[in-house]
Design a protein around this ligand. Sequence first.
Ligand SMILES: *Cc1c(COP(=O)(O)O)cnc(C)c1O
Length: 421
Amino acid sequence: MDHFLYRDGALYAEDVPVSEIAAQVGTPFYVYSAATLTRHFRLFDEALDGIDHLVCYAMKAASNLAIVKLLGDLGAGMDVVSGGEYARARAAGVPGERIVFSGVGKTREEMRAALTGGIRQFNVESEPELEALNAVALDLGTRAPITIRVNPDVDAKTHAKIATGKSENKFGIPIAKARAAYAQAAAMKGIEVVGIDVHIGSQLTELAPFRAAYEKVAELTQQLRADGHNIRRLDLGGGLGIPYTRSNEAPPLPTDYGAMVKEVLGDLGCEIEIEPGRLIAGNAGLLVSSVIYVKEGEGRDFLILDAAMNDLIRPAMYDAHHDIVPVNEAAPGALPARYDIVGPVCESGDTFAKGRDMPALAPNELVAFRSAGAYGAVMASEYNSRPLIPEVLVMGDHFAVIRERPSLEEMLNRDSIPVWL
Ligand SMILES: *Cc1c(COP(=O)(O)O)cnc(C)c1O
């Protein structure tokens, strides 16, 4: 559920007409709803009611400072995967004790920054990383709290590029080798074992793969405790999927997920952490774009937009579907049309949708991509020297630009021509 609804045929973001934002900000732009972000965070938080827990928002889904502050102020922790995200979380006012650090390639500089600035735990993904973290912590005269991310070899049944829990993926330590890795960690003076971490992938539309992974984690918890480790925290990762079309089957809700977590892991006396990203931000954002041209092709019509693959890469990268709707609903009796919806970038991959049925549109009319809040703006690039597009946050009847569109001058000024050229 989201807060982008039509009123009298005009699409609104909460109480603000999307066309009004477009008039002030110019297209293309991303717009997020504070109410939807809040609602989705609370759904997870409430789903784990009755059990000690922390919902750590996976910042990589949408990491604008305003979004991070909004969620942090609600009590969310953060799951960061780089020094840059760590710095963002701190700049948005999130205390170190609510930040968990994930990722397979943490550098010593990133470890140092997080240990100095404050961190809840590192989710360690390999033996060499464990050794590096131990060395950095000893050097700083401290101990690094850690979980080890285990790879449970479970099929997440999602797109191959976002499945992370199979043995062939680069993530985590094979669960069969976990006891040895924990023994190694326990012997290190710069390391303090606090728990276990698992994350099997993104956009999961069934509970069964989560359950399979969590059952393995429950078993491992007992084994590690028998080995003498103080396992008191379980980080269960993120990955719960969202409906990208209104027509398709609804994925499980956070409530169903929470009930399953309590059933499988509730008796272990562990604090539970979860790391949802997409489900918090995905349906909380739209990408708004204008039609530049309608072009008649051979046997098909192209709707050429001012947004492109560099602004929203998901269709090109994951064959992802986004509902694309007119911002001003067609009047009854408007002509139906079928379009290939494309951007201006010089690649055939710059195609958002093929053969999409919608009311006929004309140049300058506005369209909105639904479910564009997660893995949208954060994955944007300046390919074709297209400026990164603005981000806007709506709350009730007001809105603010939370990232400005850079001027062409600002973009050019980032390059420099050597004096010897
Ligand atoms: C990407 C990621 C998440 C968030 O995944 P979503 O599908 O957006 O919920 C959580 N944890 C880790 C370690 C990740 O890499």
